[in-house]
Design a protein around this ligand. Structure first.
Ligand code: DGT
Ligand code: CA
Ligand code: CA
Ligand code: ZN
Length: 588
């Protein structure tokens, strides 16, 4: 297990102990231990752990060091497994409800004997939660709303999580004998930000062994349907997955049909009808009376298609990439040959919104630069939090100046091929002012400005607050426009169109925050905005070195937003990027 995984386990133990109402000192020992581990450099941790010297670290005692040792060498911990088994699963489930921490849950269990979400819901409706010490009407209302959100959200999954589950299954299907092709279709292939279920389409000469493999895999929790050529299962994380097996001559049609979207399919079918044909998951056939040959079942003879390209071509269309198949004008554009050349992962040369351990990140400046270099990036921008974001250990002017000097020294040392830009993720204060003054901002290469407080402002106030920040001459780009967390937290209320107008008018880019929970600004807004001249920066908002890979999710969303390489500023080579940043620094 890695340092980060071990720290997560310790933090989890702390939470579970607190949930059980254990002694606060014991609880604190685990959360402090987690922080102590996180604070160590990776090499240092590895050395101390393998030499059995973790006790030398402040905040790690005898009990903790032996548990960390067990985790480090075996990847398991008997203590944790016993602990989990001793807690009602309903209590752990309650942790997902916003506003409910372990301490409150322990109190609910102690005073109301509530041990599951449905029981808690009942207690809220009956007003018994509000009557408890430290709860009150407002908390009770919030819990009830939270329960309903969790229910609504638990039916869908993040694209990022779903793809990690789906890719090994698709690879496993491809590796089966007699399987010629296998793809994930559905919303996952379209790159939608959340996924209802997975849809696998397989071309195989023989279906039974494929169905057996799919339903018998380790990790299948439940087989919900099993037929000759299809099956449905529930797998790890509660994700549903559908499988369909077709003969290879039908594969392209089935893949197209089950990729969807529904709206896209409806429009494609209508187009086929308008041309005297009929399109379905089985094929594309000429209708009766057109002199087409007919098979034994009376169907017209099908148009052959080795791939989806041929299906589109047969209907007079250019190939439409799956990301665009949302029934939002892609067919008209394909007919006129006006589909955009979509931006690709390989086009990215760097990214700007990244944190280090100086604020709330998990890796040092040097580690972030090394990770960017490993990705082949020409540049990486560091944008740690600003001083008002206290919970994220935001940097004061003094600390930021020190970081700028460190970045300059690192660049001068030429240790990495990747150039580091010095920036900030500067809080937009509740009145729209920025968290740093002009003199401070002038020392930086750029400023990402973001809202991290006063989410409850009404729409007009929030909108003019953000617009004011965009009008600031030192603002380079706007971070996470709406603050939404997919499946977790609603967006704050803001007039996106007014914000986009202001960004264009002030030559400010808006980020496409590539964190899989954010993907903010939403892809649905990008096409129109980019047509009107808005520039996009695809930003991982990385808090750890491996988070830089989130740009993959960002590229997905950008493609869904019809963006080309020209629309995305961080596809620029370094010289042109420097020029673009410098505009805002009054040098040109
Ligand atoms: P999801 O799973 O909710 O994230 O969304 P999808 O798009 O993966 O939808 P799903 O799994 O229900 O079905 C996969 C594709 O199959 C869908 O995108 C289009 C096609 N499909 C399913 N039901 C219908 C339908 O009633 N009419 C049409 N035209 N296509 C359908
Ligand atoms: Ca699906
Ligand atoms: Ca499905
Ligand atoms: Zn932020």
């Amino acid at each position: 297990m890695t340092k980060k995984e071990i720290a997560d386990v310790l933090a989890e133990i702390g939470i579970l102990l607190e949930l059980k109402g254990e002694n606060p000192f014991k609880v604190r020992a685990y959360s402090a231990g987690a922080r102590a581990i996180e604070g160590l450099e990776r090499e240092e941790f590895e050395r101390l752990a393998s030499e059995g010297r973790l006790r030398e670290v402040r905040g790690i005692g005898e009990a903790l060091s032996s548990k960390i040792g067990e985790l480090h060498s075996t990847g398991r911990l008997e203590f944790l497994e016993l602990l989990k088994a001793s807690i009602e699963p309903g209590l752990v489930e309650m942790l997902k409800i916003p506003g409910l921490g372990p301490k409150k849950i322990a109190a609910l269990r102690r005073d109301l004997a509530v041990t599951s979400v449905p029981e808690l819901e009942k207690a809220c409706i009956g007003g018994r939660v509000a009557a408890l010490d430290g709860f009150g009407d407002k908390t009770q209302e919030k819990i009830l709303a939270g329960i309903r959100n969790v229910e609504a959200y638990s039916r869908r999954h993040l694209w990022w999580d779903a793809i990690q589950v789906a890719e090994p299954i698709a690879a496993g299907l491809r590796a089966l004998p007699k399987v010629t092709q296998a793809e994930v279709a559905g919303s996952l292939r379209r790159g939608l930000e959340t996924i209802g279920d997975l849809d696998f389409i397989v071309a195989a000469a023989e279906a039974t062994p494929v169905v057996d493999w799919f339903t018998g895999r380790a990790g299948v929790q439940e087989v919900t349907a099993k037929g000759e050529t299809k099956a449905s299962v529930r797998i790890e994380g509660g994700i549903q997955a559908d499988l369909r097996i077709v003969p290879s001559e039908q594969f392209a049609f089935a893949l197209h049909h089950f990729t969807g979207s529904k709206d896209h399919n409806v429009q494609m079918r209508q187009r086929a009808l308008d041309r005297g044909m009929s399109l379905s998951e089985w094929g594309l056939v000429g209708s009766a009376g057109e002199g087409t040959a007919r098979d034994k079942a009376g169907h017209g003879k099908g148009v052959p298609a080795a791939g989806e390209k041929e299906i589109f071509r047969a209907l007079g269309l250019a190939y439409i990439p799956p990301e665009l198949r949302e029934g939002m004008g892609e067919i008209a554009a394909a007919e006129k040959g006006e589909l955009p050349k979509l931006v690709e992962l390989a086009d990215l040369r760097g990214a700007f919104h990244n944190h280090t351990s100086e604020s709330d990140g998990g890796n040092t400046l040097r580690e972030m630069a090394a990770a960017a270099e490993a990705l082949g990036w020409d540049y990486i921008g560091i944008a740690d939090h600003s001083k008002s974001s206290r919970q994220a250990r935001g940097l004061t002017e003094e600390r930021l100046l020190r970081q700028v000097a460190e970045i300059q020294a690192l660049n001068a040392s030429c240790q990495f091929r990747t150039r580091v830009f010095a920036g900030t993720e500067c809080d937009i204060l509740p009145d729209g002012g920025l968290d740093f003054d002009d003199a401070m901002l002038a020392r930086l290469d750029y400023a990402v400005v973001s809202v991290h407080s006063a989410f409850g402002q009404d729409e007009a106030v929030m909108t003019s607050r953000i617009v004011r920040a965009l009008e600031h001459p030192r603002t380079t780009m706007l971070g996470h426009l709406t603050g939404r967390l997919l499946l977790q937290r609603e967006a704050y209320r803001v007039d996106s169109v007014k914000v986009i107008d202001a960004a264009i008018a002030n030559g400010v880019a808006i980020e496409l925050n590539a964190n899989p929970y954010r993907l903010d600004m939403d892809w649905r807004l990008w096409r129109r905005a980019a047509e009107r001249g808005l520039e996009c920066s695809i930003n991982p908002d990385a808090h750890r070195a491996e988070d830089l890979e989130y740009v993959r999710a960002g590229i997905n969303a950008a493609r869904k937003g019809w963006l080309t390489r020209e629309n995305v500023v961080n596809t620029r080579p370094i010289n042109s990027m420097e020029g673009w940043l410098a505009r805002k620094r009054g040098r040109r």
